[in-house]
Design a protein around this ligand. Structure first.
Ligand SMILES: [Zn+2]
Length: 499
């Protein structure tokens, strides 16, 4: 029996097609999902759209479209982006689906029976773009939402509230018992500060007649907000998929972090569900130092960008060029420079040097590996798996490229081309074998990142069974396999330089 692993992308709103920021989160989720698959896990990987929102309604009105027609259009646009980027999701869910409506209603009933929902007459400011309530002191000098520069709505109704305030102690002790619940640590610390100052009950219904999920306790109301969205994570874990819950990893971004780190565990506890194991908060991407915002027009289209260059270039740039603990700036020029340095020069040149040498000397290379090199491989393998298991694919990727630098230096030092092919044939073969073996490991490790190209490399090396075995094999077994390399021909560059 394979162990189970459940990973989710952030909640995507449907008033916008995915931009580079969304692509970034989905690509990280994809890399982790692919890694877990080669590490012998049965992976459930969900991505989804949140359709029960005022933003979507406004957008549909703007376009003179029927709301359902608009939502269908946006849902298929989202899917097209993920398919284009080769995101290996296993379930795609929309919050308008009947299976979701049914499930949310049962959860609300259960939460009410457990005494965590109350009715309240209130008046408050609400930013529909943030999907959250605003206190006057959170607005800017012009009384606008500082993130969206829009005027918040005044809401004055009698609604149902989730009693988050009852969960202060529960959350404190949960965080204490799970010090790595939120990654990275600085984001978790921000959330803990919120927990100290800010824990108010929040409204989960609206007095409106809309297509949203009917509120099960009151015919006059619809479900809104967070209950209609977050329980999506569980809707997809019913029936035969039940044992995927609790989720191993939710990937979210800073803007929705507090709803996942504070609200979500409390909402689950209130209905007697287990809490997710980890939440990874990705950071903001800025373009020319301006935060990408759904209402600001500085958005980069991930499909256009990867069509112009390639998916691999985009993924490489997004995952290696920023520190995990802070926001960073997107630059097209930097992306191209990085691709040329790492994929075209470092990786492809390295391979090409081995090829030329191997073709000169021998086309089949047998198992001759020395202990020192075996140890080196073990140490890089451990480092790689450790960082991937800590959900830090960017560090894993950087460490592989560091390793490639080392290989380039090794070949410069050994200078096998200076050795005599008659009298020193054994030494040459040993050097070459070790180089190929190293490269084989590099390919396995890069497979979750650049699956298509790495499969191509392995196939060209007459190891065409690898891609299939990787998809359904213990990576660890493959790593310790004794391979015979067959090198017969020169290859076209897999990663040509971009001028
Ligand atoms: Zn806002």
């Amino acid at each position: 029996m394979k162990p189970k692993f459940y990973i989710t992308t952030p909640i995507y709103y449907t008033n916008w097609v995915p931009h580079i920021w969304h692509a970034y989160s989905s690509l990280i989720a994809d890399v982790i999902a692919r890694y877990k698959r080669i590490d012998w896990f049965q992976v459930k990987f969900t991505t989804w759209v949140d359709e029960n929102s005022q933003k979507a309604l406004l957008k549909a009105q703007e376009l003179w479209m029927d709301i359902m027609e608009y939502l269908d259009m946006m849902a298929s646009k989202h899917l097209a982006v993920w398919d284009w980027l080769d995101i290996s999701y296993t379930d795609y869910i929309r919050t308008t689906e009947p299976r979701h409506h049914k499930f949310v209603q049962s959860v609300i009933k259960k939460t009410y029976e457990n005494w965590f929902i109350r009715k309240w007459n209130y008046e408050w400011l609400y930013c529909i773009w943030c999907e959250s309530f605003k206190k006057p002191e959170e607005l800017n000098a012009d009384w606008l939402c500082p993130d969206h520069l829009t005027k918040p709505e005044v809401i004055k109704e009698e609604n149902y509230f989730f009693e988050l305030s009852k969960f202060q102690k529960t959350l404190e002790s949960f965080y204490e018992k799970n010090p790595d619940f939120t990654i990275p640590n600085n984001r978790f610390n921000e959330m803990k500060t919120f927990l100290k100052e800010w824990l108010e009950d929040f409204s989960i219904s609206r007095n409106k007649k809309l297509f949203w999920i009917p509120f099960p306790l009151d015919n006059e109301q619809v479900t809104y907000v967070w209950y209609d969205a977050l329980f999506n994570y569980l809707t997809v874990c019913q029936d035969w998929d039940e044992d995927f819950w609790p989720a191993d990893l939710h990937i979210v971004w800073k803007e929705i972090a507090r709803f996942h780190v504070i609200y979500w565990p409390a909402m689950l506890e209130a209905a007697w569900y287990e809490k997710p194991k980890n939440i990874l908060v990705t950071w903001f991407i800025t373009v020319d130092s301006q935060k990408i915002s759904k209402s600001i027009w500085n958005v980069i289209d991930p499909v256009e960008f990867s069509q112009k260059y390639s998916r691999d270039l985009m993924l490489l740039y997004l995952l290696t060029s920023f520190p995990i603990w802070q926001d960073w700036d997107f630059s097209e020029e930097q992306a191209v420079l990085m691709y040329n340095a790492k994929l075209a020069n470092n990786l492809w040149n390295l391979l090409n040097r081995f090829l030329v040498l191997s073709l000169k000397i021998w086309w089949k290379i047998w198992w001759i590996i020395n202990d020192e090199i075996r140890n080196e491989i073990d140490s890089i393998s451990n480092k790689y798996m450790e960082t991937m298991d800590e959900y830090n694919p960017n560090w894993a990727l950087s460490s592989i490229f560091e390793f490639c630098d080392k290989l380039n230096k090794f070949i410069d030092n050994e200078k096998p081309w200076n050795l005599d092919s008659e009298t020193e044939k054994d030494r040459i073969e040993e050097i070459l074998y070790n180089l190929w073996e190293w490269l084989r490991i590099v390919w396995i490790f890069l497979y979750p990142f650049f699956t298509a190209k790495m499969s191509e490399m392995l196939t060209r090396l007459w190891m065409e069974e690898y891609p299939e075995e990787l998809a359904d094999w213990k990576m660890k077994e493959l790593l310790s396999k004794k391979e015979i390399f067959t090198i017969k021909e020169k290859w076209e560059p897999l990663y040509p330089r971009i001028q």
